[in-house]
Structure formats: structure tokens, C-alpha cells
Write a protein that binds this ligand. Structure first.
Ligand SMILES: C[S@@+](CC[C@H](N)C(=O)[O-])C[C@H]1O[C@@H](n2cnc3c(N)ncnc32)[C@H](O)[C@@H]1O
Length: 252
């Protein structure tokens, strides 16, 4: 049995990665995910009340629409999205990449247990270790927000995709204005960090989560950034706009 995490003191600001674009945060993001890796899956289910599975299903449908033969799941973490993609499309060759080995190890074990053949490979999303035009589809679920440079990430996605290839980014946009947005902000800022700290033992990680979402570009701005990189874009909001699926097609 996994021992319960030690109770922690309030996080120091220096332990929490910076939020937003063009930030020097790669190492602190790596440290944070390495520390929460063993509890990451449980926290996902609890904090999203299980709805994250339906978001991944919606994004997977988009990523597999053109029956790709090769697919790269960037910032795969513990591999839940890669597993969903491989389960739905066994004939697609799925590569799952992340820069935190502790997250990849968990993904690898889950794939083995489910007899799903996925190649888990270490790699930085901002410097992907693959030649140009290597994949027909590229996915990134809840990882993009953590990148130190969004434009660089998009440029790397564009580079490794084949012409006409499909990009699917699943992310949390900042909550919209209005009553639902206010309720959600309250949950995000006051409730989620407490539950996250309790289960993960890392209070900083679950302070960072809401702050990074609030600092993230809204769907229209992210769509413009994708378009400027060379993608035809479309966005679908899920569950009252809590999550968004951005679909891009690489223009040849
Ligand atoms: C919130 S988790 C998402 C994991 C998974 N995609 C999911 O849907 O559960 C974010 C992941 O992004 C990874 N990540 C963040 N920045 C990265 C980068 N520059 N290169 C590779 N992985 C990165 C982290 O290591 C972490 O595993």
C-alpha cells in the first residue's frame, strides 16, 4: 500500500512554477509533476468529478477522425489520453512523450497492464526529438498551459506534423464572466487547492493549477496563435466552457 503523504507546510512561492507565457519555468514544472506523479490519476478523477474522461473522449474523436497511422501525444503525463487513443484506434502507432520520467513510468505500467502497445519516450515539447513531418496527428491534453513558450510549442507541433496533419489541444480556458464563471472561480481558487494539497501532499501544485488556468489565453486568442503558426483552427467548448478542444489542421 502507498503510504499517505506527509502533511506539508504552506508552499513557498519559489516552489510554485511561474504561470503564463514566456516564463522560465521548465525545471520547476518538472519538479512539481515528479512530486505529484504517484497521486496524479487519483487527483484528476476527484477534482474533475470524473468528467475528465468525457473530455478526453471528445478530444480523441477529433484526433482520430482521419484515421492517422502515426500519432504523437505530447505532455502525455501518466498516459491516460494516449491509452484512450490506442484503445479506440489499435492500428494507429501511438508515441507518448513527456519530460518527467516519473509520469512516463506510470503510463508505461498502465499500458502494459492493458496490453496496449504504446511507445513512451522522454522528450521536451519545445524541442521534440523527432524529424520534420513524422506524425499525422498530434495531441496535447492539459499540458500546453505548462509550456514555457506557447509559440515555440506550436511551432514544434507544426514541424513534426505531416502537411494536412491534425493537431488537437485539450485545455482549461480561463473561466468566463457570469454566474457560472464566478462559481467556478470560487471552486478553483478556494476548494480545489485544499483538496489537491490534502491528497497529493503538494500544496504548491494545486495552487499553481488554478493560477495557470487564470493566466492562460482565452480560446479566441489561442486560436489566433494557432492560426498565426500555420494551422486552420476550430474550437469546441465542453461542460459550460470548463474545458476546450482546439483542433488545428496543418496547412501545407
Ligand atoms: C497536467 S499533466 C497532463 C498529463 C496528461 N496529458 C493528461 O491528460 O492527464 C501535464 C504534463 O505536461 C508535462 N509537460 C509540461 N511541460 C512540458 C514540456 N515542455 N515538455 C514535455 N512535457 C511537458 C508535464 O510533465 C506533465 O506530465
Amino acid at each position: 500500500m502507498t503510504p499517505a503523504p506527509e502533511p506539508q507546510a504552506a508552499p513557498r512561492r519559489s516552489d510554485i512554477p511561474r504561470v503564463g507565457d514566456k516564463q522560465d519555468k521548465a525545471e520547476s514544472v518538472q519538479r512539481m509533476f515528479a512530486s505529484i506523479a504517484p497521486r496524479y490519476d487519483l487527483l484528476n478523477r476527484v477534482l474533475s468529478l470524473g468528467v475528465d474522461k468525457s473530455w478526453r473522449r471528445a478530444a480523441a474523436r477529433e484526433a482520430l477522425l482521419l484515421s492517422p497511422t502515426t500519432l504523437l501525444d505530447v505532455a502525455t503525463g501518466t498516459g491516460d489520453f494516449a491509452l484512450e487513443l490506442k484503445r479506440r484506434s489499435p492500428e494507429t502507432q501511438v508515441t507518448a512523450s513527456d519530460f518527467v520520467p516519473q509520469m512516463l513510468d506510470i503510463g508505461r505500467r498502465k499500458a502494459q497492464a492493458r496490453h496496449l502497445e504504446i511507445s513512451f519516450e522522454e522528450g521536451d515539447a519545445l524541442k521534440l526529438p523527432y524529424p520534420d513531418a513524422s506524425f499525422e496527428s498530434l495531441t496535447c491534453a492539459f499540458g500546453f498551459r505548462n509550456f514555457a513558450d506557447y509559440q515555440r510549442g506550436l511551432a514544434e507541433f507544426w514541424r513534426v506534423l505531416t502537411p494536412g496533419g491534425r493537431l488537437v489541444i485539450l485545455e482549461f480556458p480561463p473561466p468566463a464572466e457570469g454566474v457560472f464563471g464566478r462559481v467556478f472561480r470560487f471552486y478553483f481558487r478556494q476548494v480545489l487547492p485544499r483538496i489537491g494539497a490534502l491528497i497529493s501532499g503538494n500544496a504548491g501544485a494545486y495552487t499553481y493549477l488554478p493560477e495557470s488556468v487564470l493566466a492562460f489565453p482565452d480560446p479566441a486568442r489561442l486560436a489566433r496563435m494557432m492560426h498565426a503558426t500555420g494551422f486552420r483552427t476550430r474550437v469546441q467548448l465542453l461542460t459550460f466552457g470548463i474545458a476546450a478542444v482546439h483542433v488545428g489542421t496543418k496547412l501545407a
